[in-house]
Ligand binder design. Structure first.
Ligand SMILES: CC(=O)SCCNC(=O)CCNC(=O)[C@H](O)C(C)(C)COP(=O)(O)OP(=O)(O)OC[C@H]1O[C@@H](n2cnc3c(N)ncnc32)[C@H](O)[C@@H]1OP(=O)(O)O
Ligand SMILES: O=CC(=O)O
Ligand SMILES: [Mg+2]
Length: 349
């Protein structure tokens, strides 16, 4: 463990000072783009103003023989669109640390686009040692190339070992921005008997006891991911970083996608991945607090201006604890309103 004073020291001579607080950014959807496909890349300028984050994906879903083209496409994309002017984050998902690709990817990204990339997403993070490694590598490269703003790190939680170590991963470096649940790889790592990318499974349910009169027994589908979510959200909240839901692969089932995203939102997540343009609007709606809830939260704040005491609103008891919940909701809405005129109008800010 580093000392308290050592934690925020730059890891290389000439590297930028680490962030002390995470930059305040709205990240409701992280929109995945396959950067080796020129046809899709050509649309990024049009899609970017509709999302909070564009992510250039170099890892799974990019064929092995297209890794070089995806890296080149990422650099091109970082130059073709002025993401900063649009207020849109630019993230890159690199290949995992035991792959033959990640080293050249990180070196090229920092050299050619170091000042334009906000976050590097690291897949299959197993423990804090993976973050220590990439943290040092980034600091050395940032120093070498005169990058002035540290690139943040985002870990995907998608191995059993990673889940076991998520608390240490979340606190491994001041670069840590957040963690996403990666249900597809995690299912494989755990030997779950599924073939899906996230969401529930009709076979995972609880069933009521048999009825003496032989009537059918009610049963309800349960959430396969609840334990992992709870562990991830607590680890992230404790370390002051953001938890996210990852991919939802059933592009043809927007209803289930919305429910999965909503469960994540209610549990404390800041956003989710969008794999297809149709998932952008779903994430935007779900991860923007409901205007009616925001209006109610504002009434709580107004009823208890100093955040203490007790009040009744519409038959519901309010006190310091509900005041804090209301503040979370209103602060989130204000941050979104500052970026998104549509929601500013809906919230009346
Ligand atoms: C487990 C994990 O690791 S998840 C993360 C890895 N996976 C990904 O990143 C997948 C990203 N998404 C995709 O590659 C694609 O959306 C797919 C393969 C899922 C579906 O692609 P398609 O079958 O082409 O979808 P569809 O035909 O509905 O596309 C409609 C349009 O949207 C475009 N489009 C599809 N996905 C995207 C995207 N992610 N970003 C931008 N445009 C897209 C298509 O090019 C198509 O454009 P066109 O009408 O001009 O031809
Ligand atoms: O990378 C994401 C996953 O679900 O696996
Ligand atoms: Mg994965």
């Amino acid at each position: 463990m580093k000392t308290a004073r050592g934690f925020f020291k730059p890891l290389a001579i000439g590297a930028p000072a680490p962030w002390r607080e995470l930059p305040a950014r709205v990240e409701r959807m992280i929109h995945f783009v396959p950067p080796h496909l020129e046809k899709v890349r050509a649309k990024v300028g049009e899609i970017a103003p509709t999302v909070d984050v564009i992510l250039a994906n170099l890892e799974d879903a990019i064929p092995a023989d297209a890794k070089g083209a995806a890296l080149a496409g990422t650099i091109a994309m970082s130059r073709e669109v002025d993401f900063k002017a649009l207020g849109v984050g630019l993230w890159v998902r690199i290949n995992c640390l035991n792959s033959p690709w990640h080293l050249d990817e990180v070196a090229t990204l920092v050299e050619k686009a170091g000042d334009r990339i906000d976050v590097i997403m690291v897949p299959k993070v197993e423990g804090p040692w993976d973050i220590f490694y990439i943290d040092q590598l980034l600091a050395s490269l940032e120093a070498k190339h005169g990058v002035t703003r540290p690139i943040l790190l985002h870990a995907i939680l998608e191995t059993a070992e990673g889940v076991m170590n998520v608390e240490q991963i979340a606190g491994a470096s001041p670069r840590m921005q957040g963690v996403s649940l990666g249900p597809a790889d995690l299912a494989a790592s755990r030997a779950m008997k599924t073939t899906r990318v996230g969401g529930g499974h009709p076979g995972y349910r609880v069933i009521e006891d048999p009825h003496t009169d032989g009537l059918p027994r009610a049963s309800v589908q349960q959430d396969l991911w609840h334990y992992t979510f709870a562990k991830m959200v607590d680890a992230c909240a404790a370390h002051g970083i953001k938890p996210f839901y990852g991919p939802f692969g059933a592009i043809d089932d927007p209803v289930a996608c919305e429910q999965q995203f909503r469960n994540a939102f209610l549990m404390g997540c800041a956003g989710a991945w969008s794999l297809h343009p149709s998932q952008i609007a779903i994430a935007k709606t779900v991860f923007s607090p409901d205007p009616a809830e925001v209006a109610f939260a504002r009434r709580i704040l107004e009823a208890m201006p100093d955040g203490s005491g007790v009040a009744m609103i519409d038959g519901k008891m309010q006190d310091d604890a509900t005041w804090k919940q209301a503040k979370v909701m209103v602060d989130c809405a204000r941050q979104i309103a500052a970026k998104d005129a549509e929601y500013a109008a809906l919230y009346g800010f």
